[in-house]
Design a protein around this ligand. Structure first.
Ligand SMILES: Cc1cc2nc3c(=O)[nH]c(=O)nc-3n(C[C@H](O)[C@H](O)[C@H](O)COP(=O)(O)OP(=O)(O)OC[C@H]3O[C@@H](n4cnc5c(N)ncnc54)[C@H](O)[C@@H]3O)c2cc1C
Length: 485
């Protein structure tokens, strides 16, 4: 299949310029173009085919693709259904197989080569005349005016370019250049491990429940089922890379076979370090995902560790929320910084919870020791109703998958927002009228308000609303800015 084509036009002004053609940027580009927003997607690489960056597509992403009427196209791509992902313990035992109910729940998680998924989505976006893609286009700088970020400077094969935009979206991943240029610090949460990845072929003799996590005494082996073979990860305590490298491929081969003996007949295919790529695992997030004229989404706003295989899906959910909230404002030239804040407001809590869960689920202790069994909390939760929340966070990237707001549901959405606002304001009035002394009144009225406030990012809570209510430039302002330079 051909890679999507890159634009050769010199574009001077757009509604939205997205830096980064990963899952977050591509999905946002598609959803905005579908609404008629003028979008330019800049991707530093020439195509979407590069190093392994994860292939897990969970129900939230499948659900989005189904809403867009693209499920047939998705399932026409090479894929493997992920119905089971067991723990293999050092004593040879394996965690129980999923029940029928679990299998039904898991039925729409797939392993799909990420570049094929991205290419399919970009081709879909290119059906809309307002979508443009520039590949080999590396973002170098942000343009600013008195009101904030107003465009991007990037370099492509034909030289430097400048694009003015009502909104710049940084979807350029964990090492986000846009984040750096905006001076937004990433607060690292620390990750106790790094991972070496390589591929091995499948064989007819492979065990039935071969994919999964293999716990052991020196490291942890993770095996993922890809349509074209096994993706093998060797996770080890952070800081041990040089020791492993010095020990050479033979030591790595031995460690892998110690965990998953059934790979012994083909481990010799891993001959040299060139076949192995290192993922330095990281986790962290920024405190504020937005500034006037600028929004960060996906790994640019919150770096996800590979635990649970959720990074792609969280990036996609961010994009859906962003498109729902900012699309209409971009189209009508009425986008406000408060809309950008609303994106963070909706996505921050699930992201924080998932990052906390990833920390708990990590197969290494904080001291860098590989675990012999899953952490107690996870074991307690497994198979109990308590597991519902982690399951939802992994499968849906939140409590439920975000829906693309279509034209019919816009009115309903406005009504629902109005009803919620009315209820919250009424509760606030009643609470303050009661003088905040009656504990029963607090339980009935105060607690929901208090919880509502707590769920908002700290800088948006009452009394701390320091963001400017700057209107992002309207199309006429934009033209004036271009004309005026
Ligand atoms: C080795 C590895 C394994 C992983 N395994 C999994 C997994 O199994 N499941 C899972 O869900 N997640 C996994 N993840 C995490 C997942 O890849 C990320 O969370 C997810 O890709 C984030 O999507 P994104 O669109 O925000 O960023 P990215 O996918 O990182 O995309 C960012 C894009 O921006 C481009 N870019 C960067 N800088 C610039 C610039 N200056 N100008 C223009 N473009 C730029 C990059 O080329 C890239 O295409 C893994 C990550 C890695 C590295």
């Amino acid at each position: 299949m051909n890679s999507p084509t890159s634009t050769h036009e010199a574009i001077q002004t757009v509604d939205c310029c997205i830096a980064g053609g990963g899952p977050a940027g591509v999905v946002l580009g598609l959803l905005l173009a579908r609404q008629g927003v003028d979008v330019l997607l800049l991707e530093a690489h020439q195509n979407f085919d590069r190093e392994f960056r994860g292939d897990t597509v969970h129900p939230s992403t499948v659900n989005l693709i189904e809403q867009l009427g693209l499920l047939d196209k998705l399932l026409a791509l090479p894929h493997v259904a992920m119905l089971d992902y067991p723990f293999h313990y050092p004593d040879g035992s394996i965690s129980p197989p999923p029940t029928k109910r679990d299998r039904a729940r898991l039925s729409s998680s797939y392993m799909i080569p990420q570049h094929l998924l991205l290419e399919m989505l970009v081709r879909e976006a290119q059906r809309y005349p307002t979508f443009r893609l520039a590949t080999g286009a590396r973002v170098d700088d942000l343009l600013r005016d008195a009101r904030g970020v107003c465009g991007i400077r990037y370099t492509a094969a034909d030289g430097p370019h400048e694009v003015r935009a009502s909104l710049v979206v940084g979807a350029d991943g964990r090492f986000s250049k846009v984040r750096q240029l905006a001076g937004v610090p990433l607060r690292g949460r620390g990750a106790p491990m790094d991972v070496l990845w390589f591929r091995l072929p499948k064989a007819a003799s492979d065990p039935e429940r071969a994919a999964g996590v293999y716990l052991g005494t020196d490291g942890v082996v993770v095996i993922m089922d890809r349509p074209d073979g096994w993706q093998v990860g060797y996770a080890f305590a952070k800081g041990a890379y040089q020791r492993l490298r010095d020990a050479g491929p033979e030591a790595l081969r031995r460690s892998v076979v110690d965990h998953a003996g059934w790979l012994a007949d083909r481990i010799e295919l891993l001959r040299e370090w060139r076949q192995v790529s290192l993922l330095s695992v990281d986790a962290g997030r920024v405190e504020r995902w937005y500034a006037p004229g600028l929004l960060l989404i996906g790994d640019a706003a919150h770096v996800m560790s590979p635990v649970g295989g959720v990074g792609i899906n969280y990036a996609v959910q961010d994009a859906v929320v962003a498109a729902n909230i900012i699309g209409p404002g971009l189209l009508q030239g009425t986008l406000r910084t408060a809309d950008l804040a609303a994106v963070q407001c909706r996505r921050e809590l699930p992201t924080r919870l998932m990052q906390a869960l990833q920390q708990r689920m990590t197969p290494f202790s904080a001291a860098g020791q590989p675990r012999q069994r899953p952490p107690l909390l996870i074991r307690l939760a497994m198979g109990s109703p308590l597991a519902a929340l982690p399951r939802r966070l992994i499968a849906f990237g939140g409590w439920r998958p975000e829906r693309v707001r279509d034209l019919q549901s816009k009115r309903r959405g406005r009504l629902r927002r109005f009803a919620v606002q009315l209820a919250v304001s009424t509760a606030k009035c009643v609470w303050s009228a009661l003088g905040q002394v009656d504990t029963r009144a607090f339980a009935v009225f105060g607690l929901p308000v208090y919880t509502h406030e707590l769920l908002r990012p700290r800088h948006l809570r009452a009394g701390e609303a320091s963001y400017s209510e700057r209107d992002v430039k309207s199309p006429s302002d934009k033209q004036a800015a271009v004309d005026g330079g």
